[in-house]
Design a protein around this ligand. Structure first.
Ligand SMILES: Cc1cc2nc3c(=O)[nH]c(=O)nc-3n(C[C@H](O)[C@H](O)[C@H](O)COP(=O)(O)OP(=O)(O)OC[C@H]3O[C@@H](n4cnc5c(N)ncnc54)[C@H](O)[C@@H]3O)c2cc1C
Length: 808
């Protein structure tokens, strides 16, 4: 066996073979791909082979589109088209949203009527048929042929493929960097390893001491024999019927169909046996029965079809159903392309290309932010919790997931020190990164956990809109209190702390102790990969505060930017060490002053500063910043003091009409104020200048930082699009939730990034990136559930544009 390679790929499924092909094509042909069995001896072996481009995520849609092109080039793709059916009015509405979102990201699709659907699928029943989306470019493939074709193409370019060779360890150097791969028959020296080991991925990551989170979740499909008189033609479009939870295609005159059960099974939570290969696992007929019934509703003759085989096999499912793609922080040279989450054939082509770009140049053309392999952290160390999340993601693969709904499995996982107080406040809890957090509070009513709430009211205005209006008024006119303990908090400490943060942040953060700076982390292309505040607590002591779900992603990003030779820096997740109370409203200062002897008057405690206060003998770190656009504070206390502080604030605030509030209203308030949300308004594809955050970027005040060159180049060129605030409709609630197409003169000019009803301005507000040259008075429409609602570009900031309230 060779003893050196430029790169070693672990795993000969569709993903590993695609990575090998793309790396070889990029000139890295001195590589070896290893598989412990034969090629296709993992999940790849069992795929049904359907691939569609229809997906709400721009990156996943592009992955799939590219994958299809690649399979076509290799001559392994059958372009028979696909039909996604709506079997209920709710699904039709979701399809309408899907069409609008697809058009907004550049995929030309139309809704087909029931009659058109029956023309495409004449064998289908017309019962409960509300319409469909037809994608002529979709189709299917044979998983073996596709994988072997990619492996063959890689081999032709010089790559070596070795089967029957299990990787047993990975040797690391003094910086924890990859040095060699150890196998059952030797050692291969290398600087780059790509972990494409599918559901064994976490075990391979453990070889370098890293945590990777995915759970094997079982998936089943069935081959049915042809029914006389109902033979299905070979070129029948593939079909998906999410209401009945099934997909399928024609096979040998009969049908192959599978689906996503409502009660999926996870297995091997403590590790996948190394000797498992292409064998199936025992099928569960009872679990499959509802899918069988679903398929027979859409194609009644299938009820009489003979069963050829029911296949069951797990695939690596991540807690959010997205793959794991990227280099692992802290282990230079260790890349991951795993956790394909039942999307292997759709994803693998594009992921292979992106991985080759990452390995060879450090950056990928596409936004891989949502796929960072280190995004799951401490809470997912519990394999049972990780598996509950994975099962939840699986069961919503087809089942309609409303945007305002919350996970239900694995709860409660993390509760804050203030949880009981929020329960007393009648909180309706949702969950975020394991935390129970109030969506809204109904004082006097019993608390409860939210789940599939929106299923009850569909796309209409939420029945709790009145409660949100009350919460909004409390924060705007009096004072509101919210438990924000779920904030991610990262301690950055040591002699190298300031330099590391200056390298990563676009703002100047090396300021005096007590400064609180709003900043972004940028990638080399100037795209926004984190949106945080940085507080300087001492000369060598900083705290980065981020969203609940972004903590692991941001911590990993900071790690990735540590360099050999830097002064020492310690990075620590201190999320659990502090509980956080948010208090905002015109009376916030009066309430705070009433609970502390320390002077909190405006001259002593101005906006953008933080300081320690004594509250009832406990030490509280208070910082004067806001996400709602009002005077107020974030108060950080050790969990043991949290209730004490909450109670004192509540008591002192009683005469001002203080009210506990939840997270939902924050969206409404921040949109009125033009504050951006990470993940929707801000993504790796958006730059600070495009997002209207150019004021954060301190080009003059600081030296080198990641993204600087890209920001400068863009300033030179000028931006082509800009995030705008839109007012949608005439004042009533509109069914806009994000992703919808924004049109000018009938042409798509952008897509909605965020949407919320603004209770102070009495309007539905949305944000969208629009072409720079679009005149502000251009009449616009937003597609809302198939209807076109009039919209107009408004001022960026709809409420207190002069910041008088914030700085009062
Ligand atoms: C029943 C079923 C139906 C599906 N249908 C579809 C579909 O229609 N469309 C679609 O897009 N997706 C489908 N999928 C999902 C798709 O099959 C997977 O997402 C995809 O195959 C995953 O590929 P992979 O290469 O990442 O992992 P795998 O195929 O599991 O490959 C991992 C490989 O790594 C090797 N390996 C592991 N550890 C080591 C080690 N230590 N040393 C050496 N080698 C190692 C294994 O032997 C294995 O060959 C389906 C999945 C299942 C289970």
């Amino acid at each position: 066996m060779r003893d050196r390679a430029r790169a070693v790929i672990i795993g000969g499924g569709i993903t590993g073979c695609s990575v090998a092909y793309h790396l070889a094509r990029a000139g890295w042909s001195d590589l070896v791909l290893l598989d412990k069995g034969a090629l296709t001896s993992g999940s790849t072996c069992h795929a049904a082979g359907l691939v569609t481009q229809f997906n709400p995520s721009p990156t996943m849609m592009r992955f799939r589109r590219y994958s299809i092109e690649l399979y076509r080039e290799l001559g392994v793709f059958e372009t028979v088209g696909s039909v996604r059916i709506a079997s209920s009015p709710e699904s039709l509405a979701e399809l309408q949203r899907g069409v609008s979102r697809a058009r907004a990201i550049g995929l030309e699709v139309e809704l087909a009527s029931p009659a058109e659907t029956l023309r495409l699928l004449p064998q289908a029943s017309s019962e409960s048929l509300y319409g469909s989306v037809y994608m002529p470019g979709d189709g299917n493939l044979d998983p073996h042929s596709a994988t072997y074709a990619l492996a063959g193409a890689a081999r032709d370019l010089g790559a070596e493929i070795r089967t029957g060779e299990r990787v047993t360890g990975i040797e690391l150097g003094p910086r924890h960097e990859v040095r060699a791969v150890l196998t059952e028959s030797g050692r291969i020296e290398t600087e780059v390893v790509v972990n494409a080991a599918g559901m064994w991925g976490p075990q391979v990551a453990a070889m370098v001491g890293a945590q990777l989170v995915s759970t094997p979740v079982e998936h089943q499909h069935i081959a049915l024999a042809a029914v006389e008189g109902h033979e299905l033609p070979h070129d029948l479009p593939c079909f998906r019927d999410p209401d009945y939870l099934v997909y399928g295609k024609s096979e040998a005159g009969g049908a192959l169909f599978g689906g996503y059960e409502h009660d999926p099974a996870a297995r091997w939570l403590d590790g996948v046996p190394w000797d498992h290969s292409e064998r199936t696992v025992p099928a569960d007929e009872a679990r499959f029965a509802p899918l069988m019934a679903g398929a027979a509703k859409r194609f009644p003759f299938l009820a009489d079809a003979g069963v050829v085989k029911l296949v069951c096999h797990p695939d690596a499912m991540t807690p959010d159903g997205n793959p794991l793609v990227g280099e692992l922080p802290g282990v230079p040279g260790f890349f991951v392309a795993a956790g394909l989450s039942l999307n292997g054939f759709g994803g693998a082509g594009g992921i292979g290309k992106a991985m080759a770009e990452l390995v060879t140049s450090g950056e990928s053309e596409l936004d891989l932010q949502s796929y960072r392999p280190w995004r799951f952290g401490a809470v997912h160390r519990d394999p049972v919790y990780a598996s509950e999340n994975a099962r939840e993601a699986y069961r919503y693969y087809y089942r309609l997931r409303y945007p305002l709904d919350s996970d239900v499995l694995g709860r409660p996982k993390r509760t804050s020190a203030l949880h009981e107080r929020m329960q007393d406040a009648g909180a309706v809890f949702a969950s975020k990164n394991g935390w129970e957090r109030a969506d809204y509070c109904e004082p006097g009513k019993p608390w409860r956990r939210a789940g599939e709430e929106q299923r009850a009211f569909g796309w209409a205005e939420p029945p709790y809109s009145g409660v949100l209006a009350e919460e909004s008024a409390a924060l705007r006119e009096r004072v509101g209190l919210i438990d924000m303990t779920s904030f991610g908090k990262i301690a950055v400490e040591g002699p190298g702390a300031a330099a590391l943060l200056e390298r990563v942040c676009d703002a100047h953060v090396d300021r005096s102790p007590g400064s609180v700076v709003y900043t972004q982390f940028l990638n080399e292309r100037g795209g926004i990969v984190a949106d945080v505040t940085v507080t300087r607590l001492g000369e060598q002591q900083f705290r980065v505060v981020t969203g609940a779900a972004a903590i692991d992603s941001d911590l990993g990003w900071l790690r990735l930017h540590m360099r050999a030779g830097d002064d020492a820096v310690e990075l620590r997740d201190e999320t659990d060490a502090l509980c956080v109370i948010g208090m905002w409203g015109p009376h916030a200062r009066d309430v705070l002053q009433a609970v502390t002897q320390d002077d909190v008057s405006a001259p002593v405690f101005p906006f953008g500063r933080g300081r320690a206060l004594d509250v009832g003998g406990g030490r509280v770190w208070a910082q004067r910043i806001t996400y709602v656009g009002e005077l107020g504070y974030e108060l950080y206390a050790e969990p043991g003091w949290g209730v004490q502080v909450w109670d004192r604030l509540s008591a002192a605030g009683a005469r001002h009409g203080i009210r506990p509030v939840g997270y939902r209203v924050l969206d409404s308030l921040r949109m009125e104020k033009g504050y951006r949300a990470f993940g929707s308004d801000l993504t790796a594809g958006d730059t600070p200048d495009e997002a209207g955050l150019g004021f954060c970027v301190a080009l003059e005040r600081k030296g080198e930082f990641t993204g600087r060159a890209a920001v400068e180049a863009q300033r030179e060129r000028g931006i082509e699009r800009r995030l705008r605030t839109l007012l949608v409709g005439e004042g009533a609630y509109e069914c806009v939730y994000g992703g919808e197409a924004v049109l000018a003169a009938g042409a798509v000019v952008g897509r909605v990034r965020s949407a919320a009803y603004g209770y102070t301005v009495g309007q539905m507000i949305a944000s969208a990136y629009l072409p720079r040259e679009l005149a502000p008075d251009t009449p616009l429409t937003v597609e809302a559930l198939g209807a076109r609602v009039a919209a107009e570009v408004a001022a960026d900031v709809l409420y207190d544009a002069e910041n008088i309230r914030v700085r009062s």
